[in-house]
Ligand binder design. Structure first.
Ligand SMILES: Nc1ncnc2c1ncn2[C@@H]1O[C@H](COP(=O)(O)OP(=O)(O)OP(=O)(O)O)[C@@H](O)[C@H]1O
Length: 279
C-alpha cells in the first residue's frame, strides 16, 4: 500500500464578483488528479505557473478543502477526518513553503519557532525540547549561535533551513515541499537541495515536491507528475518522462529547462566554491 493515495482530486475557486457581489466565474484549479506516493519516495509535481501544483499540495494537507476526490494517507481517509483526528494526523504530514520569510513568525526566535510544534503536539519538558531543537538545528546546518536570533537577522538560505528543521520536529513521514528553493539565491539552492536529499535518505521521508524547474526534478525526484491547466498531462518515472515524454506539453517543458546546477559523479549538487555562479 502506498503511503499516500490520491484519486480524482478536484478544486474550483470563485474567480471574481461583479458590482452586485455575484460570482462571475470559476477557476478550475485542479481537475481529476490521481497519483500514489510510496514511503521514502519523491514525486515531483511540475507544470507552468497556474497549473494547479500548489493547490494539489495544499489539498493533500487539508490547507485547502477539495471539492471532490479521495486522499488516503497511511490507510486513513484524510478528507473524512474532523477536528481531533485531523489534528492527530497533522504531525505526520508537514509542508515547506517557497518563501521562508513569510512562513516563519518574525516575532519568534529561531529556537522558539522550531520548538513550537513540540509545545503544541507533545508533552516533552523544556529541557528535552531545548535539546531536541539544538540537535535538529545542528542537523540542518544552523549553529547554536542562531538560537536566539530573529528571522530578520538570517539569510534566505538559513531561514529555509530553520523552516526545514521546524517541519522535521514531529518526525513526519510526508513533507509537501512547495518550490522550496525557488526564492533562494542560486548560490544556496544547491546546498538546500542537498540537505533535502540527505534528510530524505536518512529519515525515509516521502516528498511531494511542487516545482516548475525540471532541472531540479531530474535529480531530486523518483517520479514526476506533469500538470497543465489543472489537469494531469502524464506521470511516470523521471528517466522515462525525461527520455521519452509522451505529450507535447512535457516536451515543451523539457526544452525550457534552464542551465542546470552542476553535479558531481554521485549526482550531488555542487555548491560554491566548487563551481562559479554566473548571474
Ligand atoms: N485561494 C485561491 N483563490 C482563488 N484562486 C486561486 C486560489 N489559489 C489558487 N487559485 C487559482 O488556481 C489556479 C492554480 O493555482 P496554483 O497556485 O495551484 O498553481 P501553481 O501551478 O502552483 O502555480 P504557481 O507556480 O504560479 O504557484 C490559478 O489560476 C490560481 O490563480
Amino acid at each position: 500500500m502506498a503511503l499516500l493515495e490520491v484519486s480524482g482530486l478536484s478544486k474550483s475557486f470563485s474567480s471574481g464578483r461583479n458590482l452586485l457581489g455575484r460570482r462571475t466565474g470559476w477557476t478550475h484549479a485542479v481537475k481529476d488528479v490521481s497519483f500514489d506516493l510510496g514511503k521514502g519516495e519523491c514525486l515531483a509535481v511540475v507544470g507552468e505557473s497556474g497549473a494547479g501544483k500548489s493547490t494539489v499540495g495544499r489539498m493533500v494537507l487539508r490547507l485547502v478543502e477539495a471539492d471532490a476526490g479521495t486522499i488516503t494517507f497511511d490507510g486513513v481517509d484524510v478528507r473524512g477526518l474532523g477536528g481531533t483526528r485531523l489534528r492527530a494526523l497533522r504531525p505526520r504530514m508537514q509542508m515547506i513553503f517557497q518563501d521562508p520569510y513569510s512562513s516563519l513568525d518574525p516575532r519568534m526566535t529561531v529556537a522558539d519557532a522550531v520548538a513550537e510544534p513540540l509545545v503544541v503536539h507533545t508533552d516533552r519538558d523544556r529541557a528535552t525540547r531545548t535539546r531536541d531543537v539544538a540537535r535538529l538545528l545542528d542537523r540542518v546546518g544552523i549553529g547554536s549561535r542562531y538560537l536566539a536570533r530573529y528571522p530578520a537577522e538570517l539569510s534566505g538560505g538559513q531561514l529555509q533551513r530553520v523552516a526545514i528543521a521546524r517541519a522535521l520536529t514531529l518526525e513526519p513521514s510526508l513533507i509537501v515541499c512547495d518550490e522550496p528553493v525557488a526564492a533562494l539565491d542560486v548560490s544556496v539552492r544547491a546546498q538546500v537541495l542537498n540537505l533535502l536529499r540527505d534528510l530524505q535518505e536518512e529519515l525515509g521521508l516521502a516528498y511531494l515536491f511542487v516545482c516548475h524547474d525540471l532541472a531540479l526534478v531530474e535529480v531530486i525526484a523518483d517520479r514526476v507528475l506533469v500538470m497543465a491547466a489543472g489537469e494531469m498531462v502524464e506521470q511516470g518515472a523521471v528517466e522515462e518522462i525525461f527520455s521519452s515524454p509522451r505529450h507535447d506539453y512535457t516536451r515543451r517543458l523539457l526544452k525550457a529547462i534552464p542551465v542546470p546546477i552542476p553535479r558531481d559523479r554521485h549526482g550531488k549538487f555542487l555548491t560554491p566554491p566548487d563551481y562559479v555562479v554566473t548571474p
